[in-house]
Design a protein. Structure first.
Length: 88
């Protein structure tokens, strides 16, 4: 669960008057409190002492004002990632 105040809500998902004039998107002011619920899964496997392989999956379901923001294309955010880590 993610909570935030109105400053963070508007920084990430709001549209002020200047941004609205430049983009044509309606001005949007959001309140704070509850932003989303989701999960994050990380996996890391040591190949040897220096090399690791990792993977992650993230899903975040927006709720409330954030869900209705014109900046969000969907009412959720999802990511999948994979990579290697070298430890010096």
């Amino acid at each position: 669960m993610v909570f935030h105040d109105s400053d963070f809500a508007n920084k990430d998902f709001g549209i002020d008057a200047e941004q609205s004039a430049a983009s044509g998107v309606d001005e949007t002011s959001l309140s704070g409190v509850f932003r989303s619920v989701g999960f994050n899964y990380n996996y890391r496997h040591y190949i040897n002492e220096q090399w690791q392989i990792f993977g992650e999956a993230v899903y975040e379901q927006y709720v409330g004002d954030i869900e209705d923001s014109p900046i969000t294309r969907n009412n959720y955010d999802a990511e999948v990632g994979a990579g290697f880590v070298y430890v010096f």
